[in-house]
Ligand binder design. Structure first.
Ligand code: MG
Length: 268
């Protein structure tokens, strides 16, 4: 199932993206559901709209936090000139950094080196603490695509990463959450990032140094995870700068494509 949040003519609503029975040129529809599927049971309202006629927004607003994992692909650690960590390297992004598909990444005036980082994101489905790796699948709601936008110069000069990874708009998520992938399937997904249509990153989640189950176990060992919290699993090699006017797309096979423009701060 692909679960999205969308705006048609009012407040954001959750919906299920499906293929219409009558498959014309725009075969996808979105079927609205009541309530929040991350908070409890929902049901179809009966409203169905062409997907092309609605605006998708971030498929989840993390209840408390976005947990990032640094240097979780060997080749990315190498391109950063650092050792791959023996344990997952954890950081936090504020939930206010989250934006949805198509929404602008705002280039802050404090940085001169703004980077994309395409990543698979895990959406947590239930409150949990100290989850054993072998039980990790039980707490996963689904998966979406993320861009762990990073001010590379501030990452170095600040010494820790709160600001470099925490500006508003630095966590695009979307276009929807897929709930049907097994943990094993999520561990073999192709990931590509393009900038203005040109390939920049190419990887596979099979290359994760610390796999998804290990990340959930490690993170939940120190902090309670809430439904709607998100874990970013790390980025493959090929990171690089974005400029105002660019369009960045992260595609994960079997999940979807997340595209965002980059705009100047005063253009908002
Ligand atoms: Mg990252």
């Amino acid at each position: 199932m692909r679960i999205a949040r969308f705006v048609a003519d009012g407040d954001p609503t959750y919906g299920v993206v499906e293929l219409a029975e009558d498959q014309g040129p725009n075969p996808e529809t979105i079927a609205a559901v009541s309530g929040d599927p991350l908070a409890g049971p929902v049901h179809y309202t009966g409203q169905r709209l062409p997907l092309a006629d609605v605006r998708l927004v971030a498929p989840v607003l993390p209840r408390s936090k976005v947990v990032g994992i640094g240097r979780n692909y060997l080749e990315h650690a190498a391109e950063r000139g650092v050792e791959a960590p023996t344990e997952p390297l954890v950081f936090l992004k504020p939930n206010t950094a989250v934006i949805g598909p198509g929404e602008p990444i705002v280039y802050p005036e404090e940085t001169g080196d703004l980077h994309y980082e395409g990543e698979l994101a895990v959406v947590i489905g239930r409150i949990c603490r100290r989850v054993p790796a072998e039980r990790a699948a039980d707490v996963i709601f689904g998966y979406t695509v993320a861009n762990d936008v990073t001010a590379r110069d501030l990452q170095a000069s600040d010494g820790q990463w709160a600001r470099a990874k925490g500006f508003d708009s630095f966590c695009p998520l979307g276009p929807w959450i897929v709930t049907h992938l097994s943990l094993e399937e999520a561990g073999t997904l192709e990931l590509t990032t393009t900038l203005n249509g040109e390939p920049r990153q190419s990887g596979n989640t099979a290359q994760l140094i610390h796999p998804i189950a290990t990340l959930i176990s490690h993170v939940s060992a120190f902090t309670t995870l809430l439904p709607g919290d998100v874990i970013l699993t790390g980025t493959p090699s090929g990171i690089g700068p974005m400029e105002v006017g660019d369009s960045v797309s992260v595609t994960i096979g079997g999940v979807g494509t997340l595209t965002n423009p980059v705009v100047a701060e005063d253009a908002e």
